[in-house]
Design a protein around this ligand. Structure first.
Ligand code: NDP
Length: 434
């Protein structure tokens, strides 16, 4: 804490991780003697730079951007870029740290990194977004590469932004290589990448329920967020026969007492991804749905909850409300959406809990598969990618079970953290001191 003052999000992520792995480290002298935890909590490097861009009225703006290259022990740095006004170095360090162990869990050769800017894409024209992305890439291009560091999307960075970034990278380097993932299908993207994080969360949840001889069919679900992860988590849940009751954005949430169906989701995809409008517009088309301004969905009664918006969006008070209302399972679609206190409360109440680094690893897994297809110069079918995604989520679940067994059942927080730790720590030790 003295070394990284005011980096609250980073402290939180490290605290969750060390809390889970410390007993394992103490029981295995090679990790303790090798000071592995100390080395793992210091990023390899952080690049910080200025991004200047001109708006449509000719005014000049100046934002700050970062790339946190945290750990490349098992492969090139890999992780998204986030554009949001609340982006700080602490937020990106927590995300990059989490990414290291998430990527290790996928079984693919990927290290961990994250980047982004405090730029706010809301209300900006397409041209402004393009100019910002192009300006950012002028500097970022010096630090990334298909064998060095491969960025992708995250909050505020979707297909449009990746395309502007990739186009600029290609122009600057005169090379057509898979240095970014999440690209459009006609220029090196992978089928299922857009859906992968949301679908992966649901595949992981199915494995958790299967351990109890249960399925998703007939269960009610709360989802927060209405972005990439949330929408495709909803789509897969609906496919599996669950009833999705809520979605949210930063202004509030919608509760549809009849549940969302594919037609309603199609309307929402256009609203959010094409027209880029607020979620509250939904009730104008579906007046029986209720919009709760300034509230989060956790006050609604349901069997399952999927926080898919942002960090620390589910606090202890929300956890208590959910438990009082009979929640059975929480799966984190967003990164660190539940506070440490909320996670501890769920565990104390024996609610099944899937941490982000296991549950939402499907997105980066398919990013890894996009890189593979780029290297092969051969695109795979939708079925091929989906089947590999399912295998990877099953593999992650098996590792959580292997390392997370406890008397009362599976502790997924412990299992995911130790499994990721072992893979990265063993590689670091093999390289000697460094
Ligand atoms: P999007 O930008 O597509 O959507 C984010 C959603 O969360 C929007 O509905 C947004 O609402 C809402 N949101 C953002 N900030 C806040 C906030 N401070 N309070 C309340 N709601 C907020 O992002 P993604 O769906 O891609 O990412 C969501 C989460 O999932 C993030 O934690 C991300 O790191 C994580 N993740 C994403 C992956 C991916 O493949 N995209 C992979 C793994 C994890 P509004 O529109 O009002 O801002």
């Amino acid at each position: 804490i003295a070394r990284n003052p005011a980096e609250h999000e980073f402290h939180q992520a490290v605290q969750e991780f060390t809390g889970a792995v410390m007993p394992y480290v103490m029981a295995n002298a090679k990790y303790d003697d090798g000071h592995v935890l100390e080395r793992m909590t210091e990023p390899d490097r952080i690049v910080i730079f200025r991004v200047c861009w001109e708006d449509d009225n000719g005014h000049i703006h100046c934002n700050r951007a970062w790339r946190v290259q945290f750990n490349n022990a098992i492969g090139p740095y890999k992780g998204g870029l986030r554009f949001h006004p609340n982006v700080t170095q602490s937020v990106l360090k927590f995300l990059a740290f989490e990414q290291v162990y998430k990527n290790a869990l996928t079984g693919l050769p990927m290290g961990g990194g994250k980047g982004g800017s405090d730029f706010d894409p809301k209300g900006k024209s397409d041209r402004e977004i393009m100019r910002f992305c192009q300006s950012l890439m002028i500097e970022l291009s010096k630090h990334i590469g298909e064998d060095t560091d491969i960025p992708a999307g995250d909050i505020g960075v979707g297909g449009r932004e990746i395309s502007y970034l990739f186009g600029q990278y290609k122009r600057l380097k005169n090379r057509f290589v898979g240095t970014l993932t999440g690209k459009g299908l006609s220029y090196g993207g992978s089928l299922i990448r857009t859906e992968a994080t949301g679908y992966g969360v649901v595949y992981f949840t199915q494995h958790m329920l299967n351990m109890r001889n249960e399925t998703l069919a007939g269960k009610t679900a709360l989802i927060s967020g209405a972005g990439n992860v949330a929408i495709f988590c909803a789509e897969k849940l609906i496919n599996e026969g669950a009833q999705v009751m809520t979605l949210s954005d930063s202004s509030g949430f919608i509760y549809d007492p009849d549940g969302f169906d594919h037609q309603k989701l199609a309307f929402l995809k256009t609203l959010k991804f094409v027209k880029r409008q607020r979620l509250s517009e939904y009730t104008e088309n579906y007046p029986h749905a209720i919009y709760h301004q300034g509230k989060r969905p956790w006050l609604i009664k349901a069997d399952l909850a999927f926080p898919c918006a942002t960090q620390n969006e589910l606090e202890l008070e929300d956890a208590k409300l959910l438990v009082d209302n009979g929640i059975q399972l929480i799966a984190e679609g967003a990164n660190m959406p539940c506070t440490l206190e909320a996670v501890k409360y769920f565990q104390a109440k024996s609610v099944l809990f899937a941490p982000a680094k296991a549950a939402n690893a499907g997105g980066v897994a398919v990013s890894g598969l996009e890189q593979t297809q780029n290297s092969l110069r051969l695109p795979w079918t939708r079925e091929e990618v989906d089947s590999r995604l399912q295998q990877i989520m099953a593999h992650i679940h098996r590792q959580c079970v292997e390392y997370g067994k406890e008397d009362g059942g599976i502790n997924y927080v412990k299992g995911a953290n130790i499994a990721g730790f072992v893979k990265v720590a063993d590689a670091m030790l093999a390289y000697g001191i460094g």
